[in-house]
Design a protein around this ligand. Structure first.
Ligand SMILES: C[S@@+](CC[C@H](N)C(=O)[O-])C[C@H]1O[C@@H](n2cnc3c(N)ncnc32)[C@H](O)[C@@H]1O
Length: 351
């Protein structure tokens, strides 16, 4: 009996594959948002099966084939199969669309992984529209030369605090060397096995799926480069959503002090709508196991924010870093990092 049921199912699937309408659907479904996919799946059993396949393929690789290794979603706590956002391996490739424009679509979960590459981002140089020089940086801890600080959104209610990070130079487009050059560690994408695991309290969390030695590059914090004006508008929108719907946003502000010591370059990276696996890294009050490094490639105006292992990391360990130390709101979002020195609330700072 069971085997005849299996045969029926296999027969249905073979029939589905031969139907021209379903072959078209296979091409279209990967371009749909989860909401659109759910609506389509209600229309017929074959479309429900096709939509389910798309969801399964999406949950098997958050990076949609754009990184050297797949990064799966694992969820044992609720029914969400994956988080939906547009994937970019590196910040420098994307541009924020105008406020009122819909985000471009990106194919995800199709039978062919190569479709993900046809993302419709405008083909313009990001660097001519982002990166604000701010005179008289208000960061008190940075002394000016060769230092940088960053702050980020800790789940609403303003940006987070400012943290000193290291600045590193790598080879760039103008250097004669190729992609295998040892001085391009952060330019080859995610080369360590990672997985994204759902937690009841923290939402999605990025985990190491292999041991990672201290100092090794883990991933970039990739997202949309925004102007400061756009960042402030978005921050306000995210704060409201965080308070009303428990929304998780991922907007970081990096300030790199210019050599004069009298100005800093403010870079706003928003991974909320367009990002990479870095957007799943949670905060830890003890500093976690990742260090943040600003990497500037020769010839590039804007640096990229990159994560390196700050200690030896075991397979199965959650990856985390400190979002900062300032908490401007005593009623900020609750922190569940579990560190012995946990403050109880996530860092936050005024935008
Ligand atoms: C950059 S995202 C990290 C990924 C996020 N957990 C998700 O589900 O997409 C930042 C958000 O994660 C959550 N988060 C990060 N660290 C946390 C922590 N230690 N405790 C509770 N929530 C945390 C907050 O909602 C914050 O706004």
């Amino acid at each position: 009996m069971a085997s005849s049921k299996r045969r029926d199912l296999a027969g249905d699937e073979a029939g589905d594959a031969r139907c021209p309408f379903l072959r078209c659907a296979e091409l279209i479904l990967p371009w749909l948002t989860p909401r659109e996919l759910a609506a389509v799946s209600l229309t017929s059993a074959p479309l429900r099966r096709a939509s389910l396949s798309v969801s399964l393929r999406r949950s098997s690789d958050a990076a949609r084939g754009l990184e050297p290794l797949p990064v799966p979603f694992l969820n044992a706590v609720d029914s969400r199969p994956y988080a939906y956002f547009l994937y970019t391996p590196s910040s420098s490739r994307v541009l924020s669309p105008p406020n009122d424009a819909a985000l471009p679509r990106q194919s995800w979960g199709g039978a062919s992984r190569t479709l993900a590459r046809s993302t419709a981002f405008p083909d313009r140089e990001a660097e001519d529209v982002v990166g604000d020089v701010v005179l008289g940086c208000d960061c008190e801890r940075c002394e000016g030369h060769d230092c940088a600080c960053w702050s980020g959104d800790g789940g609403g209610q303003g940006e987070e605090e400012v943290e000193v990070v290291v600045v590193r130079s790598e080879c760039g487009p103008g250097c004669g060397c190729g992609p295998e050059c040892g001085n391009r560690a952060s330019q080859r994408g995610v080369e360590v096995r990672l997985k994204i695991v759902r937690d009841e309290k923290k939402g999605w969390c990025l985990f190491a799926d292999q041991a990672i030695e201290k100092g090794r590059f883990v991933c970039e914090y990739a997202g949309e480069f925004l102007t400061t004006k756009e960042a402030r508008v978005r921050q306000k929108e995210y704060d409201e959503l965080a308070l009303s719907q428990g929304f998780s946003s991922a907007l970081l502000v990096v300030r790199e002090h210019l050599p004069s010591g009298k100005a800093c370059l403010r870079i706003n990276i928003d991974a909320t709508k367009v990002g990479n696996v870095g957007r799943f890294i949670n905060h830890s009050c003890d500093g976690g196991n990742l260090s943040t490094v600003l990497v500037r490639s020769t010839g590039a105006l804007l640096p990229r924010l990159c994560f390196f292992a700050s200690k030896d990391i075991q397979e199965g360990e959650e990856l985390s870093f400190s979002y900062g130390e300032i908490r401007v709101r005593s009623n900020g979002l609750q922190c569940y990092c579990g560190a012995s020195n946990c403050f109880g609330i996530l860092p936050s700072e005024h935008t």
